[in-house]
Design a protein around this ligand. Structure first.
Ligand code: FAD
Length: 387
């Protein structure tokens, strides 16, 4: 067992730190307040080769793995500047194309996306299916000439309007007509500006730079070369991207939790209201120490899940545990931090309370923690399925 990061991995973590310092958290906060895409930050990340971390060098990427992508996301979050765009686009979209795209798709889509000239979003959630993805009803009906006609609706699609392409999870055979409910799914690479696509922003109360959209598909024409993977067999490749998504949430939560705790320690070491600094009170120290411990435990599970993924090993249990542990630890870390700041914690100036909705969001997305508990209970521990 080796817990050491390689020199390159340490450099990646350091790079995230220095990029965040160069751009400045104020920029991230401003984008989050205005709900505008953090163009400057994303372009810089792309320019320095970090959008395509998981894309082979032959297609413009860095040819690295999940561990490096997780470390990079963790380091940005540790500076209070997490980027969901790197989860949905750079990881879920690009790495899926890199792994399962045709040669033509890789050549067409990956180099410009790695360079930051084009962007991707990822769409699976639907209003009438929600957590139960088996019930999605957006359908790309196969046509006699080999093309597909797409109709349906997706919700909460991060960056949809700001993206050039969408990796879309749809059915090509309705649920009612398949033998196994996981059959009949197909993934497509869809041009977000295609005829028949309409989008509307969904205002959310969490201040992050990324905007969420409701997306309508009305008889959108899709060609066979837009199929990612195999028709009707999309589910087989879906987990190749859902586990990375969970691993990244673990990484982001570990980073964001450390950011909140770091701010608290700095403040608690300086603030004096009775004799010494408030940081000397165990009532404040212990929740901080407990939260830090839980953050580090979550980070460890995140690294393990990422390592397994990079070895081509199954990592479902570890990816789910990393997401669960990370999100819960992050909420506790922000809460413990907030308490240290007293009234100041609730001000815009200190910006601590604003971390709370972001941390809390991670309990629900991308897969709610109840379903993660269900997964662990059923698949890791052998308990009966409850739903
Ligand atoms: C900011 C934001 C960004 C997002 N980005 C994307 C994106 O880019 N792409 C995308 O496809 N989706 C995205 N989503 C959607 C997100 O993944 C879903 O909202 C989430 O998976 C929960 O699904 P739901 O909202 O339909 O909740 P529902 O399925 O309606 O579930 C509601 C609640 O019921 C409980 N629940 C449901 N089923 C069970 C069960 N079997 N056992 C126990 N409890 C259960 C859970 O507590 C759950 O939170 C985003 C959402 C938000 C808010």
């Amino acid at each position: 067992m080796d817990f050491m990061l390689s020199d390159e991995q340490k450099m990646i973590f350091e790079y995230g730190r220095s990029l965040a310092a160069d751009i400045g958290r104020d920029y991230w906060v401003e984008c989050a307040e205005k709900g505008c895409f953090p163009d400057k930050m994303y372009k810089k990340v792309a320019q320095d080769g970090f959008v395509g971390v998981m894309v082979p060098e032959a297609y413009g990427g860095a040819g690295l793995g999940m561990t490096e992508m997780a470390l990079f996301n963790e380091s940005l979050a540790e500076q209070g500047m997490p980027l969901l765009s790197l989860v949905v686009g750079a990881t879920m979209g690009l790495s899926l194309i890199a792994s399962f795209g045709t040669e033509a798709q890789k050549k067409k889509y990956l180099p410009p996306a790695c360079a930051g000239d084009t962007r991707f979003c990822f769409a699976i959630t639907e209003p009438d299916a929600g957590t139960n993805s088996m019930r999605i009803s957006t359908i790309a009906k196969p046509q006699p000439d080999g093309s597909f006609k797409l109709t349906g609706r997706k919700v909460y699609i991060t960056d949809a309007q700001e993206s050039d392409y969408m990796v879309l999870v749809t059915r090509t055979t309705p649920l009612a007509d398949v033998k196994r409910k996981t059959d009949g799914f197909t993934l497509f690479i869809v041009d977000t500006k295609a005829k028949g696509i309409e989008m509307h922003p969904i205002p959310v109360s969490v201040k992050i730079p990324e905007t969420q959209y409701q997306v309508f598909f009305d008889d959108v024409q899709l060609t066979p070369d837009q199929v990612l993977g195999e028709v009707d067999r999309g589910f087989d490749i879906l987990f190749h991207t859902l586990n990375p998504e969970r691993i990244l949430v673990g990484a982001i939560c570990a980073g964001l939790g450390r950011y909140a705790l770091g701010r608290a320690v700095e403040y608690a070491n300086e603030r004096v209201v009775f004799k010494g600094p408030i940081g000397a009170y165990q009532a404040l120290q212990h929740p901080l120490a407990k939260a830090r411990t839980e953050i580090e435990l979550a980070a460890l599970m995140t690294y393990k899940a990422a390592w397994l993924f990079d070895q081509g090993q199954p990592c479902g249990p570890e990816a789910n545990m990393a997401k669960l542990a990370g999100s819960e630890a992050c909420i506790k870390a922000v809460d413990a931090s907030l308490q240290c700041f007293g009234g100041n914690g609730f001000t815009k100036e200190y910006g601590i309370f604003d971390l709370f909705p972001v941390a809390r969001l991670m309990r629900t997305i991308p897969f709610n923690n109840e379903m993660i508990h269900n997964y662990i209970a059923e698949h890791v521990m052998g308990l009966p399925r409850s739903y």
